[in-house]
Design a protein around this ligand. Structure first.
Ligand code: F6R
Length: 606
């Protein structure tokens, strides 16, 4: 994972690099560091922990250089520490490198370098890179202006794994070299300044003109010039692309945390999503040219919360289109030789569009001849550039690590595409569902009014060690997502159970210390779930019920009502009290909600 930023121009680079790092902290925040170059000397400042620790280093204000690279780390190889923080240098201090990705063969390369007299200061995989560059640079007898680039190219030819790299060298003091393979890297440009970053928002305030580096493509970046080369160092012509995202929306707008802001944005974010495919009750996806009649199996592949959205999508696709739908975790799908052919449609869901396992799963599906459709929230992300077709959730940037508004937009889009396919197949009358989609923004606002009750509930639950979630049918999916939200930001152990499975083992966990949160919105299953609630209550558990306003459930310490809606859309409303509960419990515990420990927003390593 990790975030990287770079700058070459005529301004002091430090404020621009720090600002970019702060915007990239969602990719990791175990350590941060900067390398700048002036008077043929590379200066490195780094520290353990967050970017604000870097800002607090006194020396940082003395740096006046106009060329620099910077990094915020999510630890893979080596503990979070100053020694393992990037940038890393070669032994002689000639080259500095920041890296996002994993070098899988680093041990082999390290041993090779040790045999050649190099030594290592960190436990990282990255440190082999500047030393390999040094090795190739010093062994290259041709002394021309391509020498550094050749050393970088020869180094990359040895690397296995994924990487986005920025490199500076005291031999080319006003230049940054950038290269990527399976990790994102973009370059923003204006006349006399160049900006490099892992993603667009990190540098969007400086320019709207971007180059998107392709895999194995090199960029040689100076303030006035930008040259691109392919993996054989043949010069490439590239065009800039304009990106117009409103970067003003990337602030907390008065909310205490991004997560809370994003939970409250859901009425707007799902509306922005369905307005793109639904006009006057007509649904169309003009750029999706899939012969749905020829599809006999749909796979939905994703990770974490996006996978939960996929599980909700399965209900919509199967019930509206009658096409069997399998939902799979990307990291499982990619290694299990799935049965795919030209009659398979594979839908890949990813908020970031950069999740390494989902990208690899997509590549596998393409190689087996399946039609691929990406659903993502980030324009021009890696997944969209690889898929046959792409659809966007128009949620706006999601900054908090815990995904909320992207999830409800993904479900909205999946229901939309299911209706569209079903209309193409002439399967069902879908008017009622389209009418219902239009009511969702208001119903979300109503659901958010449960907030004060949920705050009280959080005070009761924040010191528990275990919390269980229970549901049947589509409510089981909501329970799974609720459990993920709770554990990732409050660090309380939680598990979700399909209510009917309780008796097959999990009920052994239940005693009079147990708290169980039940979601019941499916009227056809209510009596079944009530029986399951009775069973856990009989064993001393306390229950909290989140249910639809028209349903009569059993008694419970806390009952939270959400507005009635269609079953396929119900997860959009019923997850909201769970999102708020996870948020308020984490706040009660004094935790950093937006940046939970050990996590990062974008999982760009497998
Ligand atoms: C949980 C969460 C993660 C992501 C998962 C996939 O709140 O955010 O589980 O859903 O890492 O990320 P994307 O959607 O970017 O592929």
């Amino acid at each position: 994972m990790c975030g990287i930023v770079g700058y070459v121009g005529n301004k002091k680079c430090i404020p621009i690099l720090i600002n970019g790092l702060l915007k990239l902290e969602y990719r990791g925040y175990d350590s941060a560091g900067i390398a700048t170059i002036s008077n043929n000397y590379i200066n490195i400042i780094k520290c353990k922990g967050r970017v604000c620790n870097l800002q607090n280093q006194a020396e940082i204000n003395n740096l006046t250089s106009t060329t620099g690279i910077a990094h915020t780390r999510w630890a893979t190889h080596g503990i979070p520490s100053k020694e393992n923080a990037h940038p890393h240098m070669d032994n002689l201090g000639n080259f500095a490198v920041v890296h996002n990705g994993i070098i899988e063969n680093y041990l082999e390369l390290k041993n090779f370098l040790i045999d050649n007299g190099y030594f290592f200061y960190s436990e990282t995989d990255t440190e082999v890179i500047p030393n390999l560059i040094h090795y190739f640079y010093t062994n290259d007898l041709i002394d021309d202006k391509m020498k550094l680039l050749r050393a970088v190219k020869n180094t990359c030819a040895k690397l296995k794994g994924s990487y986005a790299l920025e490199i500076i060298s005291k031999f080319n003091p006003n230049t940054v070299i950038a290269i990527r393979k399976s990790s994102p890297l973009i370059i923003g440009t204006n006349k006399s300044e160049k900006f490099i970053a892992s993603d667009i928002p990190a540098i969007l305030q400086y320019t709207n003109d971007f180059y998107f580096l392709a895999d194995n493509e090199f960029a040689v970046i100076t303030k006035n010039k930008l040259d691109f080369y392919d993996k054989n160092l043949v010069k490439q012509h590239k065009n800039t692309e304009k990106v117009d995202i409103n970067c003003c929306s990337i602030n907390k707008s008065g909310y205490k945390d991004y997560m809370l802001k994003e939970v409250y944005e859901q009425s707007t974010s799902i509306q922005n999503t369905f307005y793109k495919f639904m006009v006057d009750n007509n649904i169309s996806f003009p750029y999706i040219n899939i012969d749905i009649g020829s599809i006999n199996m749909i796979y939905i592949v994703a990770c974490g919360t996006a996978m939960h959205a996929g599980l909700c999508g399965k209900f919509a696709l199967e019930s509206l289109c009658n096409i069997p739908t399998i939902v799979d975790i990307s990291s499982e799908f990619r290694y299990r030789n799935p049965l795919l052919n030209k009659n398979s449609l594979c839908i890949f869901i990813s908020q970031s569009g950069e999740t390494a396992d989902t990208i690899a799963a997509l590549e596998l599906a393409k190689s087996k001849g399946a039609t691929t459709l990406a659903i993502t929230n980030v324009f021009n992300s890696s997944i969209t550039r690889k898929a046959d077709y792409s659809l966007y959730t128009y949620s706006g940037p999601e900054i908090a690590v815990a995904s909320t508004k992207a999830y409800t937009s993904q479900i909205t889009l999946l229901v939309g595409i299911s209706i569209y396919f079903s209309e193409l197949l002439a399967n069902t009358n879908t008017h009622f569902l389209k009418d219902e989609i239009l009511t969702l923004p208001n119903k979300i606002k109503q659901t958010l009014q449960t907030s004060s009750k949920i705050k009280k509930l959080a005070k009761k639950l924040y010191n528990k060690d275990n919390i269980f979630f229970l549901g049947r049918g589509i409510d089981y999916i909501t329970s799974m997502e609720a459990s993920l939200k709770l554990k990732e930001i409050s660090y309380i152990h939680s598990e979700a159970f399909a209510a009917g499975e309780l008796k097959h083992g999990p009920i052994a966990l239940i005693d009079n210390e147990s708290y169980i949160i039940c979601t019941i919105t499916d009227s056809t299953l209510i009596y079944k779930v009530i029986s399951n609630i009775e069973e856990v209550t009989a064993r001393g558990a306390k229950t909290i019920i989140i249910t639809s306003e028209e349903l009569q459930t059993s008694d419970s310490e806390f009952i939270i009502k959400v507005p009635k809606t269609n079953k396929l859309l119900s997860p959009i409303l019923s997850i909201i009290p769970h999102q708020l509960l996870a948020y308020y419990i984490a706040k009660e515990k004094g935790l950093d909600v937006d940046k939970p420990r050990n996590l990062a927003k974008s999982v760009t390593v497998e």
